[in-house]
Design a protein around this ligand. Sequence first.
Ligand code: SF4
Length: 477
Amino acid sequence: MSQPIEFHPTGSFADRSRAAVNNAPLRKSFRGAMDFLQAKRLAQFPNAADLSTLRDLGSAIRRYALANLPNLLVQLEEKLTANGVHVHWAETPAEANAIVLAIAQRHKATHMVKGKSMVSEEVGLNHAMEAAGIEALETDMGEYIVQLAGEGPSHIIMPAIHKTKQQIAELFAEKLPGVAYTENVDELIRIGRQVLRKKFAAGDIGLSGVNFAVAETGTIFLVENEGNGRMCTTVPRVHIAITGIEKVVAKLDHVVPLNSLLPRSATGQAVETYQNFISGPRKPGELDGPDEVHLILLDNGRTQAYADVQLRATLQCIRCGACMNHCPVYARVGGHAYGTTYPGPIGAIISPHLIGLADTYPLAFASTLCGACVEVCPVRIPITDILIRLRNEAQARPGSVDATLRGSGAARTAVVSAIWSAWSTIYSRLGLYRWTSWFMSRGRALSPTEQGAWTRCRTPLKPAAKRLRDLLRERRK
Ligand code: SF4
């Protein structure tokens, strides 16, 4: 069993959500961004039948990979090793950080440039490197902004989506020496690029995430839009890629449909600006590329999800973020309110495995179960079914057959226990059950006959039934 990562968000989920809902600029940023992303995604999928077929294919590819995960991971390791890539296995965030640190220390590295990697956020890599005296600099523009602000990402694809351009202008003017306040977005990007360009040249180690790891060929597939990912994987002498164990796919052919779904679902782009296929270190005679390539495969609770036939579907995720973009809760409270690395619907279903249900069960209840996430998920993860299952797990009696996860039963209170115990007693005795049913049915008299505040938009049962009876009587005449 993996160890939980550090989890110290301030206040409860309810407190953080309340603060977010009362933050007007934040609400405006998220509402505008989500509307924009929803419209862009919709424009990319004009034909519902084509989309449905592609989603079926994407789902099948991911389910096939998960069904064969142990064998595919072994195959991936063999192929990568044959290609000259060093493969490392980490069960916990601490182990992953120790592997990166050992590589860095062997190379006497002091500067690390990072491409976008949510797994590196998950393991708290930046803090671990800084504690060891190594600068770990984010080079994705959104990640760079939130790092400069001392924050974490609020969205898995667009980390700084919660910030307005005025806030970014203030941040740059405050944190970057010699930079004047400007709200010109092109100018802000130029400033950021100028700072980062020098850092790429000075980087001893480049660290990146992985979109898919192809077992058949031993290929690390990585997509991005800014070119910073390619700079991180080619300029420094050492490249370290880090990923969860679930990102493996069986064949190179399988990347094509998945990557047809990924950018269109994520940002509404037809295709990403850069697609990187990394198969090993630089070969003799090649001008570009690192001397050493490492891949770290992280568990961190994923095997807990894998062991359960229903929860395994969580691992199908390709981290597109579409479920967040369409979630009415996420759109209102934003990513930071969740307090976890992965926010939104995917965060609510993956975080209990990474951190434990005890600290994360409120997220499973932070859903209207409207199913918008399920409708847009490109790999058809049954998110709402999984949310209901996690709610049940959170309420399960510790030690019972229903309590299968780390932290199961954390939401169960003495009142809930008493109610279930009474329910069980009544339903297991026929006479008691009949008497209770008779007694409870007397309560029908308490049901409202007129519209109260909460029924203003509904038709009360008794008048509706009376109308129906009258109608039938009238028709029979
Ligand atoms: S759960 Fe589905 S929609 Fe959400 S990030 Fe994962 S693949 Fe995308």
